[in-house]
Design a protein around this ligand. Structure first.
Ligand code: PAF
Length: 281
C-alpha cells in the first residue's frame, strides 16, 4: 500500500492507474478508522481495481466552537486497517497542502438548510468543498459513504448530480456496536456512564421503525421516539425529524420515501442516528 502526502503525488499515482484503464474506488474519511470505515473499504475493494482511502481531518467543516482540536487521531492504526482491508493508496495531506491560499467554496442550498445544517452552518460547505477537491484529485469511478451521515450522503449525491461529477456515490449500511450504538469516531469522547446511556438513540430508532409501520403522521412518530429519548436523563435531544429522502425538507404525512433522523447530546458529545423508510405503495 502506498501513502501520498501531496496532491501532486496522489494525482500522479491515480492518473497512472486511469491510463492503464483501472477503476478507482474512493473512501473519504477524517481518520480514526473503525469498523464502519472498514465496511466502506471492503465494499470499495469488491467493486474497483484500485482503492484509495483519504485520511484528512478537514478543518473547514468545523466551526470554531466545534471539536477539531480534540478529534481523535491515530494515523498508524488508520494505515494498518486500510492495508488490512485491501486499500492500495492512503492520501494523507496536511491542511496547508489542501488549502494553499484557498478562496473557493462549494455551497449548496435547500438540502443543507435543515437538521445538521442548522446546528452546524458551515459544515456542509466544508464537506462539499473538500469532496470536490478529492474527486478532482483522484477522479474516482466510485465513492463510498456511510448511511449514518444520511444528510451528508443525500447532499453528496445532489452535488455530484448538479456539478456533473463522473463518480457513482454508494451509501453503505450503518455499522453498530452489539448494544446498537452506531459506530463513530466520536464515541471515544463518551465517559463510561455516557457510553452506557448512548444506546438510547438506537432504541428510539428501533421504536420509530416499529411504529412507522402503523402509518402514523410525522408528529406522532416523533413523539413516540422522543418518549424513548426522554427516558434517559443523560440524553439531551437536539432534533428528531422526518424529512423527504431527497430534499431533506420536513414532511407532515409519511406518503413518500423519508429519512427519520436525530441528533442527541449525551453529555458534551453530539451523536447522530437515523433510518430510512418507504411506504409500500
Ligand atoms: O464523513 C466524513 O468523515 C467527512 O465529512 C468526509 C466525507 C470525509 C469529508 O471530510
Amino acid at each position: 500500500m502506498q501513502i501520498a502526502y501531496t496532491v501532486e503525488d496522489a494525482k500522479r499515482i491515480t492518473r497512472a492507474w486511469k491510463k492503464e484503464g483501472q477503476t478507482i474506488g474512493l473512501v473519504p474519511t477524517m481518520g480514526y478508522l473503525h469498523e464502519g470505515h472498514a465496511s466502506l473499504i471492503k465494499k470499495a475493494r469488491e467493486n474497483n481495481d484500485k482503492v484509495v482511502v483519504s485520511v484528512f481531518l478537514n478543518p473547514i467543516q468545523f466551526a470554531p466552537n466545534e471539536d477539531l482540536d480534540s478529534y481523535p487521531r491515530d494515523f498508524d492504526h488508520d494505515c494498518a486497517l486500510a492495508e488490512e482491508m485491501g486499500a492500495d493508496l492512503v492520501f494523507h495531506p496536511e491542511p496547508s497542502e489542501m488549502y494553499k491560499n484557498h478562496e473557493t467554496y462549494v455551497n449548496m442550498g435547500l438540502l443543507t438548510e435543515s437538521m445538521d445544517g442548522l446546528a452546524r452552518p458551515i459544515h456542509f460547505r466544508g464537506v462539499c468543498t473538500v469532496l470536490t477537491k478529492l474527486f478532482n484529485i483522484m477522479q474516482p469511478d466510485n465513492a463510498y459513504f456511510g448511511q449514518k451521515d444520511a444528510q451528508q450522503l443525500a447532499i453528496v449525491k445532489k452535488m455530484v448530480f448538479d456539478l456533473n461529477f463522473d463518480v457513482k456515490i454508494t451509501g453503505c449500511p450503518i455499522v453498530r456496536e452489539d448494544d446498537g450504538l452506531a459506530k463513530s469516531s466520536r464515541n471515544t469522547y463518551l465517559s463510561p456512564e455516557e457510553r452506557a446511556a448512548a444506546p438510547v438513540l438506537s432504541r428510539s430508532i428501533a421504536e420509530g421503525q416499529r411504529v412507522i409501520k402503523a402509518g402514523m403522521a410525522s408528529a406522532d412518530l416523533v413523539a413516540q421516539m422522543m418518549k424513548v429519548l426522554d427516558s434517559e436523563p443523560l440524553a439531551d435531544t437536539e432534533y428528531v425529524k422526518v424529512v423527504d429522502a431527497l430534499t431533506m425538507q420536513p414532511v407532515e404525512t409519511i406518503d413518500r420515501p423519508v429519512l427519520v433522523a436525530m441528533a442527541v447530546h449525551v453529555g458534551p458529545t453530539r451523536l447522530i442516528d437515523n433510518f430510512s423508510w418507504e411506504p409500500e405503495d
